[in-house]
Design a protein around this ligand. Structure first.
Ligand code: ZN
Length: 493
């Protein structure tokens, strides 16, 4: 009788805890409890103490005889034991656009978090292709043998004048292949963002195989390669093992290896492409990066073939890599009329100042650190771009030569929310001008071609005239640039 009432109340939506007798249950009238303080055997009408998932994101469990509901920020998952638990959205930091397999558990982060048990559906968790990545697939559709592990490389934290000690980090999205004794490729997959990978393959019994990681991100969401001077991907291989062996095959490229920094270069491209995606760029064009230790190529980007060249000295120079990726973004998703040529930060053609300065802004905005840094043995050089001012002249016109540093400084001032300047902006606001207005300016003012004047025009076209006063304080007051505040977005009061 008692249980029946509880079940009725539950389906009617009442709180189960209301049924707990006050004072410890000694007046519940049932008389059949072995202990008056113990909750009834099924007080929650079938909802187990270990919890159960009622939807992809809702978990219910029975606690002290009461049904508790939890809305998971990521997903509700059920373990092999049957127990349910919430997984937070933070699991996606280790997943990436191609998903992740942990045994036969598949995790996908396409919008929300989805965690599924492939085995429960009679399937296996495996890599499909570079667009989809990991998925639950029919076991017969993949190789009979399986190898899994984690690929990593050693990062060195970049600060002005200093490269930190080597520190292992996952090779996010890195390419992994299985080669046989004749170096024929038996399987190719991509690692998840925590560096884990799973490969299925077929090989004759007893054959010797080995796992090799390459400096390439194969995901269509992050198409990037890092090549050596001969045009080949950098590679790092593990020791041979017998086909079918199930021990994890983990790889770690040391920073002391001659090609160790190739994965740092690649990681910057992954970061930049994820940042582009967050800015609304849906389809990414491949970038072909070239880096080899000791190569004296200088660092530059070439739009004709989307090739990005990093000097042999710039392997751990994240800011230099991101600046060059900023040129890739100008080429594909924004605009620049940079005439090119040597530049040293002194006042130059404003189109060059825009090309170089806005590329530097990309690096500053992605890192949220206001330093251009070019490290080399002995410390290299750096420029602080938040407090330092490379001002123009109020006596010059809007077409005057300006410093690329001023462009980067001014753009970063419109990006940082609480910097030492009059404007409290965001990456979204500055990015909107960079990605939406600059490729399609409503007027050609200042020097013909894209320069800082188009950026300022675009600021008011995209964001209206509410910021006239703080922008005037920034542009005239701090940078002494004689912008007329009469662009296509309207006339500032
Ligand atoms: Zn540049």
């Amino acid at each position: 009788m008692r249980l029946a009432i509880l079940a009725l109340l539950l389906t009617g939506g009442a709180a189960c805890s209301a049924q707990k007798a006050p004072g410890g249950g000694d007046d519940d009238g049932g008389g059949d409890d072995t202990s008056p303080d113990a909750p009834p055997a099924d007080a929650c009408a079938g909802v187990p103490a270990e919890g159960t998932c009622t939807s992809a994101t809702d978990l219910v469990r029975c606690v002290d005889g009461a049904v508790q509901t939890e809305a998971c920020t990521g997903a509700c998952i059920t373990a092999a034991t049957g127990a349910a638990s919430c997984v937070g959205i933070e699991v996606c930091a280790g997943v990436g656009p191609l998903g992740r397999c942990d045994g036969d558990t598949l995790t996908r982060c396409d919008g929300g978090v989805a965690i599924g048990d492939c085995a429960a559906a009679g399937k296996t968790c495996a890599y499909t292709d570079d667009a989809v990545g990991y998925a639950c697939v029919a076991p017969a559709s993949v190789g009979k043998l399986r190898v899994a592990g984690t690929i990593r490389w050693e990062d060195r934290k970049l600060e002005p004048g200093v490269l930190g000690p080597p520190e292992p980090v996952p090779a996010r999205g890195g390419m992994v292949a299985l080669l046989d004794g004749a170096d024929a490729t038996l399987a190719t997959v991509s690692a998840a963002d925590d560096g884990t990978y799973v490969m299925h393959y077929d090989a004759p019994a007893g054959a010797q195989v080995r796992v090799v990681m390459y400096s390439r991100s194969r995901a269509t969401a992050r198409p990037a390669r890092v090549r050596d001077a001969q045009g080949y991907l950098h590679a790092f291989g593990g020791a041979p093992f017998a086909a079918g062996a199930t021990a994890p095959q983990d790889l770690l490229v040391k920073a002391s290896a001659t090609n160790g920094a190739a994965w740092n270069v690649l990681d910057n491209a992954v970061t930049a492409m994820d940042w582009l995606k967050a800015r609304g760029v849906a389809t990414l064009v491949p970038v072909y990066m070239y880096w080899q230790l000791g190569a004296r190529t200088g660092s530059y980007y070439q739009g004709a073939d989307n090739s990005l060249h990093l000097d042999g000295d710039d392997g751990y120079d994240d800011v230099v890599a991101l600046h060059e990726l900023g040129h890739y973004m100008q080429d594909e998703y924004s605009a620049s009329d940079n005439p090119g040529g040597a530049h040293d930060g002194s006042p130059a053609d404003p189109r060059l100042a825009w090309g170089e300065g806005s590329a530097t802004w990309v690096a500053l905005a992605i890192r949220n650190v206001p330093y251009y840094i070019d490290y080399s043995a002995g410390g290299g050089w750096w420029v602080e771009l938040e407090n330092r001012v490379h001002a123009a002249s109020m006596a010059g016109g809007m077409s005057q030569n300006i410093s690329e540093w001023m462009v980067a400084e001014l753009m970063f001032d419109t990006t940082d929310p609480a910097g030492e300047d009059s404007v409290d902006g965001s990456v979204e606001e500055t990015g909107k001008v960079f990605f939406d207005y600059i490729p399609r300016p409503a007027a050609a003012r200042g020097r013909p071609g894209i320069d800082l004047v188009e950026f300022l025009d675009g600021w008011f076209v995209e964001h209206g005239l509410a910021s006239c006063a703080v922008m005037r304080e920034l542009v005239h007051g701090k940078y002494k640039f004689p912008y007329d505040f009469k662009g296509p977005g309207g006339v500032c009061p």
